[in-house]
Ligand binder design. Structure first.
Ligand code: TYM
Length: 339
């Protein structure tokens, strides 16, 4: 992002309150938000309506909502400057989702790979909300006329759709109401992989807890998971190119690089000729240093529900104000009756 653009930027992103927040959520998304908040207007949402789309993610939604709020704050989001709020508390999201759905060809939604993955073989029984999920996501972003959206690599296709929907709306009403939001997918950890299988994304829904580092893990759990993380029988790579075909090693080095803000080349040159055990020990020390700080702060915050709820209440008010102002203008452009 160029300096001259910063003043009018509006950065928006969100996390689903589905429990098991993990290292992928932190390195792929939240960590980048911390850096953005100092020079941009930022809004970070807890997207609870999205969590209603699958039966597994519907459970413990209130507790998980507070957990995401705690993770945001514990990671360094400052609620004084940045809006932290809960999607279901701003009704404009659902309202805009309907309006945008009327401008979204079904063919665009049929291309969404996440729906295909999540719906599995039995598409006929999948809930409509799972299918129209990307339209709600576009509404989340466009409701605030957001200009930049920092996310992990898995959200790329949804963001392209959000851009297409914004353009379709602007074209139809011959207006430039919506800025076309730019994805920010940066760093070496845009796709953190499972610790058990370097070809699978680290995910909240993986049944094996060993596959991920949770933001709630303590130092002993982190050490054990890294010790057991899958590697291969070859020695430590000598060059960046040696990582091809070695997804597990590539993943661990990428995690190291993202946590330490050091280049992959530098890490390789530091550990070449050393035993993997030494690399793993240093990686787990680094993770303990960064993640257990967040996890202990999260625990403290979660004990203080009144404080967390007051932050969300304030964020809801601020988000509602912006959303209502934009929705009023948008309804005016469409020509809807206003009493
Ligand atoms: P969600 O809740 O699945 O994930 C939250 C953020 O974490 C990133 N992420 C990862 N990054 C790197 N490696 C991984 N293994 C990994 N797993 C998850 C995701 O890319 C995301 O940035 N649809 C979104 C939530 C959403 C949203 C929005 C995001 C709803 N509306 C509007 C941005 C803007 C989702 O399911 O994220």
């Amino acid at each position: 992002m160029e300096n001259s653009e910063k003043v009018n930027n509006l950065v928006f992103s969100g996390v689903q309150p589905t429990g098991n927040l993990h290292l992928g959520n932190y390195l792929g998304a939240i960590k980048n938000w911390i850096e953005l908040q100092s020079s941009n207007n930022c809004i970070f949402c807890i997207v609870d309506l999205h969590a209603l789309t699958t039966s597994d993610s519907r459970t413990q939604i209130l507790q998980n909502t507070r957990e995401v709020a705690a993770a945001y704050i514990a990671s360094g989001i400052n609620p004084k400057n940045t809006i932290i709020f809960v999607q279901s508390n701003v009704t404009g999201h659902s309202e805009l989702a309907w309006i945008l759905s009327c401008h979204t060809p079904i063919g665009w939604l049929n291309r969404m790979t996440q729906f295909k993955d999540k719906a599995g073989k039995n598409k006929e029984r999948a809930p409509l909300g799972l299918y129209s999920y990307p339209v709600l996501m576009a509404a989340d972003i466009l409701l605030y006329k957001s200009t930049h959206v920092p996310v992990g690599d898995d959200q790329k296709q949804h963001l392209e759709l959000s851009r297409d929907i914004a353009q379709a709306f602007n074209r139809y009403y011959q207006n430039d109401f919506f800025p076309i939001p730019e994805p920010i997918i940066t760093g070496n950890a845009t796709r953190v992989m499972s610790l058990r299988d370097g070809l699978k994304k680290m995910s909240k829904s993986d049944p094996s807890d060993q596959s991920r580092i949770n933001l709630s893990d303590n130092s002993i759990e982190i050490e054990k998971k890294i010790q057991k993380a899958k590697t291969d029988s070859h020695p430590f790579p000598e060059h960046f190119q040696d990582l091809d075909g070695r997804p597990e090693i590539k993943n661990l080095i990428n995690i190291f690089s993202a946590l330490n803000n050091e280049s992959v080349d530098k890490i390789i040159s530091n550990y070449v000729d050393k035993d993997f055990k030494i690399f793993k020990k240093d990686l787990s020390d680094l993770l303990v240093e960064k993640i257990s700080l967040i996890s202990s702060e999260m625990k403290k915050l979660l004990k203080n529900e009144d404080y967390l709820d007051s932050i969300l209440k304030d964020g809801n008010l601020r988000a509602n104000e912006m959303a209502n102002e934009n929705l009023t203008k948008l309804k005016n452009i469409i020509g809807l009756f206003k009493s």
